[in-house]
Design a protein around this ligand. Sequence first.
Ligand code: NAI
Ligand code: A1CAB
Length: 272
Amino acid sequence: MEQRTIAFIGAGNMARSIIAGLVESGYPADKITAVNRTPEKSAAFRETFGTNANEDGIESAKQAEVVVLGVKPQGMEELLASMQDVDWSNKLAISVAAGISVSRLSEMAGTPLNLVRVMPNTPSLVGEGMSGLYAPESVSDADRQFSGELLSAVGKICWVNEESGINGVIAAAGSAPAYFFLFMEAMQKEAERQGFDKQTARELVQQAALGAAKMVVANPDIELATLREQVTSKGGTTAEALNVFNNKQLTETVSEAMQAAVRRAEEMESLF
Ligand SMILES: NC(=O)C1=CN([C@@H]2O[C@H](COP(=O)(O)OP(=O)(O)OC[C@H]3O[C@@H](n4cnc5c(N)ncnc54)[C@H](O)[C@@H]3O)[C@@H](O)[C@H]2O)C=CC1
Ligand SMILES: O=C(O)[C@@H]1CCC=N1
C-alpha cells in the first residue's frame, strides 16, 4: 500500500489497536506518530511499537499527510478548535469517532475537512478488525483507496454509501466485540461455578468461541442456523441450553441491544 505519514491524535484504546495491527502488517513505524496528552501514554507507543510519539497534536497534525482523529466524541470539539492553525487543505482526515457527522466535524474545525469516517473495532489489534467506511463524494479516489487499504491492513472493511450506515456498523461490529466478551464472561463465570479453576474455565470458553468463529469463516456457504443445528442433537444437551436462551428471548434481546447502540449514536449526533 501507499505509505503516507500518519498522525493519530488521541492515541488511546482504538488508535492503539490500529497502530499495533498496522506495524505488525509491515507499515513503517517511522511514518506513524502517536499523540497522547499524557507523556507516559505516548512514550508507551514509542517503546512498544517503535512509532514516533509526542504530546503535541497541533504540530504533529501539521507535519502529517493523514490525521486520524482518535479522541472520545466528547473531546472532539475542543481538539479541533485547538487546531485552527492547521492547514487541512492538503490533508486527509480520518475520524473514528462514533456519533459525529462529517459536516459537524468540519464545523468544529472551522473549515471543510477532506474527511473519511471510519468505524473500526478493537480486534484490529490482532489483525482481525472489522471497519466500516464512509466518504462524502468530494473525497478523491486516491484518498478513498488509501483509507480502505489502511484499515484493510488491520482486518476487513466495508464501505457504506450513506453516512447513517456508520451507525449500523457501530451496532454490528464497532461495539460488537464487547457483546461477545460479555457472553464469554458469563460463560466463564458459570464454568467456574461448576468447579473449573479460572484459567481452565476461560480456556474452555475461549476455545469454543474461537472454534465456532473459525467454523463460521471456513464455511461461508453454510447458514449459521445449519451450523447451530449440527451441534444440536435431538433430545440432547444443546437443545436444553438453547431452549433456555429462546425462552428468555435471546434473539429479541440482541435486536434491542443493537437498536439501542444505533439510537445512542443518533443521540450523540445531536449532542456533540
Ligand atoms: N474503543 C473502541 O472499541 C472503539 C472506539 N471508537 C471511537 O474511538 C474514539 C476513541 O475511543 P477509545 O480509544 O476507546 O478512547 P480512549 O479514551 O482510550 O482514547 C482517547 C485518548 O485520547 C487522549 N486525548 C484526549 N484528548 C486529547 C488531545 N486533545 N490530544 C491528545 N490526546 C488526547 C486521551 O488521553 C485518551 O488516551 C472514540 O471517538 C470512539 O467513538 C470507534 C470504534 C471502536
Ligand atoms: O462505545 C463506543 O461508543 C465506541 C464506539 C464503538 C465502540 N466503542
